[in-house]
Structure formats: C-alpha cells, structure tokens
Design a binder for this molecule. Structure first.
Ligand code: SF4
Length: 432
C-alpha cells in the first residue's frame, strides 16, 4: 500500500483509504467525472484493473506509486499508456515526493509528480497543460522538467493554514476499507498535514507542517453523517495534536455539532496533557496511537525523537485514566539499539498501560534521514527475529487478555473483543 508518501506491505485484510487520492478527489471532481480505482483494496489483478480503467477512458490519471511497488506500478501504467497514448498521468508517492527527478527519469510512463497532495496544482495543470506548473507539481518539458522538486530540506511552516474542496467521500466509504478497532463503516479525514519533528526514520518530518481550518473539518464530518451514514472517523494526521489550540478548538466544535461522533487518531506523547485528552475523549476519541519507538532515551535522542520514555508512560497513563484505548508503535533496529537496550525496551513495554502494540523494523525509506545517511542493518535477520520476539512478548501475555476481558460489559463488547484479538494477532504476525 502506498499513500501519504509512505509505502508499506498490506497487512492481512486491513486497508485504509488512499489519502492522496481522497484529498485530490475534491479538486478533480471540479473538472468532470472522477472514477476511483483502488485495485489493492479490491484485490484486482492488473488485467481486471486495466479493463476497468479502459472502460472509463480517462483523459487524465492521478496514481500512487511507492518504492516497494514501482515495478508493478510501471507494468500497469505502461499497459494503460499503450492503450490510451494521449492520457496524462501524474503520480504521487514516497520516491516521487522526495526523489522527484530521479524517479521520473526512471519512470517514463509518468508525465509528472504532484509533490503536495493537498494542492490545487494538479487540477490547474489538467485544465491548462500549456501553463507553467504551480509550486507543487513537476512535469516533463522537452528533454527536461518544468516545476521545482521539493527534495528533502526540512521545512517547518509555523501556523500555516491550508484548505481544499470537500473530498468525494462517497467514492471511498465502503466495505473494502477496514482497520483494527474501528466499525466497518468509517471514513478518513485530515485536520493537518506533515509534522514539525526531525525523526530520522520518518519521511513525514520532511513535509513541513500546516493546519486545516476546523470549520472545514467539521463540515466534512457533518456531510459524512448526512450523506454516507458514517459516524466514525479515522483522523489521518501524522500528529493530531500538533497544535494545542487547533485541536482544542476542533474538539469543542465537534462536541457541539457532532455528539454522535467517534474517532481514532495518531499523535506524540509530548503533545498531550490532561486537558487535551479530556477534550478529545468528550469529542468522541476512542483510540489514540502513539509513536513510542523505543524505551531507551539515548536511542530516541539519537534518532531525533524529542519525547522521552517517561513522557510516554505519562501519556499512556492519562489515556487509561480517561478511558481512551491506546496503540503504541515501536521501531526495532534503530541506530544505537543494542541487545541490552532492546531487552530493556521489551521489559518497559510490558510495564506500560498499553492496549495494543505494533512493531516495525527500521528501514532507510525515501525521504528519511536514515536513507540519506545510508543506514543499513548490520544484521537484518537479527532485526527481524527481534521484531517477532517483540510481538510475541506483547501479545502472548495473559495479563493483557485479562485486562481486555475486564473491560467487557455486554455481549457485543465480547464479540468485538474476539474480533479485535483475531485482527490484531493476525496483523501483527505478518512480516515487518
Ligand atoms: S513525530 Fe511521528 S510523524 Fe513526526 S517525524 Fe516523528 S515519527 Fe514522523
């Protein structure tokens, strides 16, 4: 799967809405009819996806491609281009965002790359292809390219705001999208873009940071309820509480206008406090995910993480106090991790008031400082063994299941726990 400048193997049967396509659907719908073709979530093969695309006969295609999927993406787009030579194809993805020119040179099927998926520049260019591309688009021009790639420089925009037309949620809400610990019918919504932290293993740190107007978020959620009967939202921000005033303002609005709302989100442990958790809970927060990475402050510091293990424990305790479930994400094999610090992290994780955990192996992905520093695992097999050990260590503890069982009040809750247990074990037992 690839979206939001990230590329990850699909975990079992969990699929979330492709964010870049979702956000662009609002801009592109202003130009004409839009078809969503998510072959990954629908399990379509190349031939089926091609058939569907050819039946629609698009004038322009906005597509996702990623560092892990480029070969397959090229095969599909090459077949599409052969059948529709005049179609204009613009891509978005980790390589296209952070290594724009090199990737376009190696990807002749693409006419260009959109380097900010909240931007109107793609729709403007489709309307007037002869005009110069805006700052968020790079297109082929003669033997070279027009438009400026953003590259890797860290760009922190304080208090910048952004806006886009309401996305075509009707195309996206559907049974093929599914995430753990959420109702079957849910929608993805964005309240901010990017992140202002310098974590070495995360490409989001290179996007800058900007906030969406709360009025617009509120309007989108109200429309979701009215038009799609959706009352659960997955806030797709990298850091939902990046700006304290912004999240408190949004929660106050949602509490007044959407008392039926429930939501999940991601944030950082150093950006929550009692008031923020209380207000989010009152606005419908059910589960909050945190990037915890490691229990060793030295490893955290070396990898640009400014939060500490103490702050992590405090944030999780606050969530438990307010009845918010938590999911911690950990990265195995970060630079500086030793056998001792890994074992200490495992013991630390067991001591945390954490409901769920997810583990990944550190990788030098496009846009990350790890890639720019050419970080390689001394022993990748060892990192993978540690990854498996961490999953077993967390999920095979009887105390965890006793904790979950104690939460149960009704038969539907029991059924939901069984589903969650099955889903989480299934997702976590897949390879990193
Ligand atoms: S705080 Fe989270 S989203 Fe931000 S750069 Fe670090 S890992 Fe990425």
């Amino acid at each position: 799967m690839r979206d939001g400048y990230c590329c990850t193997p699909a975990k079992g049967y969990f699929f979330w809405h492709p964010l870049d396509l979702l956000i662009q659907s609002g801009w592109l719908s202003r130009l004409g009819t839009v078809l969503l073709l998510d072959a990954v979530a629908r399990g379509l093969g190349t031939a089926q996806a091609l058939d569907e695309a050819l039946r629609f006969r698009p004038d322009a295609v906005f597509t996702l491609s990623g560092s892990l999927t480029r070969a397959g993406d090229r095969r599909f787009l090459s077949a599409l281009r052969e059948r529709l030579p005049a179609v204009r194809i613009i891509g978005s993805g980790d390589e296209l965002r952070y290594e724009t020119i090199e990737t376009l040179r190696a990807f002749p099927e693409l006419d260009g790359a959109l380097t900010d998926f909240t931007s109107p520049d793609l729709s403007r260019w489709i309307e007037s292809p002869a005009s110069a591309p805006g700052p968020d688009l790079v297109v082929r021009a003669g033997d070279g390219f027009a438009g400026a790639p953003k590259g890797n420089p860290r760009r922190v925009i304080e208090d910048a705001r952004f806006e886009y037309p309401l996305p075509r949620q009707d195309l996206f809400v559907g049974p093929e999208y599914r995430i753990p610990s959420s109702p079957r019918r849910f929608a993805s919504v964005l309240t901010s873009y990017g992140c202002n932290q310098p974590c070495t293993y995360c490409s989001v740190s290179r996007l800058g940071a900007k906030l969406r107007e709360p009025e617009s978020v509120e309007e989108e959620i109200l429309r979701l309820r009215r038009d799609q009967a959706v009352s659960h939202v997955f806030f797709r921000d990298a850091t939902l509480t990046m700006d304290r005033e912004h999240i408190l303002n949004l929660c106050a609005r949602l509490r007044r206008s959407c008392p039926w709302l429930t939501f999940n989100g991601w944030t950082r442990v150093d950006l929550v406090d009692g008031e923020v958790i209380r207000e989010m809970k009152a606005a419908g927060l059910r589960l909050l995910s945190f990037g915890l990475e490691s229990g060793d402050d030295q490893v955290l510091r070396r990898n640009g993480k400014t939060a500490t293990a103490r702050q992590a424990a405090d944030a999780l305790a606050l969530c438990r106090l307010h009845g918010v479930r938590t999911l911690g994400h950990f990265v195995v094999g970060l630079p500086g991790e030793t056998p001792e610090s890994f074992q200490a992290t495992l013991r630390w994780i067991e001591s945390l008031p954490l409901d769920y955990a997810a583990f990944t192996v550190a990788e030098p992905r496009p846009g990350t400082l790890l890639k720019r520093k050419n970080h390689q695992h001394e022993d990748l097999a060892l990192a993978r063994r540690r990854h498996a050990e961490a999953i077993r260590g967390f999920y095979l503890r009887p105390s965890l299941w006793v904790h979950h069982a104690r939460r149960l009040r009704t038969p539907p809750e029991a059924a939901s726990l069984i589903r969650e247990a099955r889903d989480f074990v299934r997702i976590m037992l897949l390879p990193a």
